[in-house]
Design a protein around this ligand. Sequence first.
Ligand SMILES: *[C@@H]1O[C@H](CO)[C@@H](O)[C@H](O)[C@H]1NC(C)=O
Length: 301
Amino acid sequence: MDKDRKMMIMGLLLAVISSPVLTEDWKAKVIKSLEALVSSCVVVPCSFTHPEGNLPTSKLRGIWHISSNRDQRIYYDDSTTVIESFRGRTKLLGHLGEGNCTLEITDVRDHDNGPFCFRIELAPVAGSTLEKFSFVEDCVELKMLPDPPKPTLTHSKTAFQGLPFAVTCTVFHTCPSHDPKLTWSRGTAEGITEARRRSHSGIWEVQSILTFIAEEKDDDTELTCTSTFNGGRTSSEVLTLNVKRKENYNHIIIPVVVAVGTAVIFAVFCILMAKKYKTRIAELQNQEGSMWNRLSRLSRR
Ligand SMILES: *[C@@H]1O[C@H](CO)[C@@H](O)[C@H](O)[C@H]1NC(C)=O
C-alpha cells in the first residue's frame, strides 16, 4: 500500500515534469497596447504556440477578431467572412508555420481601436477533429493618434564656420511595413545617412543624419526636418542655426609684427654701428699710441 502510493506520486511528478516538454501549450504573445496613427498603417507583433508543435502554414488558419465577438472577424484568409469595415485593410505579415501571427492594418481609421484577439484553427490531423483556440486573454488595444508625432532634432549647440555640422532627426512610429520618410530643407543625398531600428516591441525608430559644412551665411537661418508618414500625413521640426565665425586676429597680429620687425631692424642697425665705431675708436687709439711711442723715443734721444 505504502509502496503503491510512493509509485503513484513518483508517476505524477514525472508526468508534471515531462508534459511541457512533450506538448506545447496554447499560448500567444501579443502586445497589450499600441499607438496607431489614423490614415497610416499599424503592425501588431504577435507570436503563438499550439499543442501540435510543428505544422506548416498551409495546415493553419489564423483569425483576428474583435474581442467581444468571435464572429466579428477583422482578418481571415477568406475575406468574405471579414466584417466590411476591415475588408481589404488587414494582412498577416508573419508565417503561421513559424508561430508568427503578426498583423498589419492599413489605412487606419479612428474606430479601429479594438481590442483585437488572435484565434487559430488547426487542420484535422490523423482522424482527430478540427482544433481551434482563441487567445482571448492576450488581445491588443490600439490607441488612436489623430495627429502624427513630431520628429525630434539633436545637435550640438553651435556650428563653427568652415567645419562639418551634424543634425540628427528622429521619429517614432508603429508602421514598420511602410516606414515614414524623413526629408531636410537643405543638403544633398551625400550628406544624409539614414537608419531604422526597433525601439521597443511594436515601436520603431527612423533616423536621418544630415551633415554639412557650416558657412557664415547659414547663421540665423532655419533648418527643417519633415516626416512623411504612410498615408501622407506630415509633421516637422525646425531648428535655427547658430554659426560661430572663425576668429580673426589680423588686427592684432599685423601691428605687432610691424612693431617687432621695426625694433629688430633698429637693434641690428645699432649693433652694427656700435661695432663699426668701436673698431674705428680702437684704430684711433692705436694710432695715438704709436704716435706717443714715437714722441717718447724722440725725447729720449
Ligand atoms: C514575425 O513576422 C514579422 C513580419 O514578417 C517580422 O518582422 C517579425 O520579426 C517576425 N517575428 C518573429 C518573432 O519572428
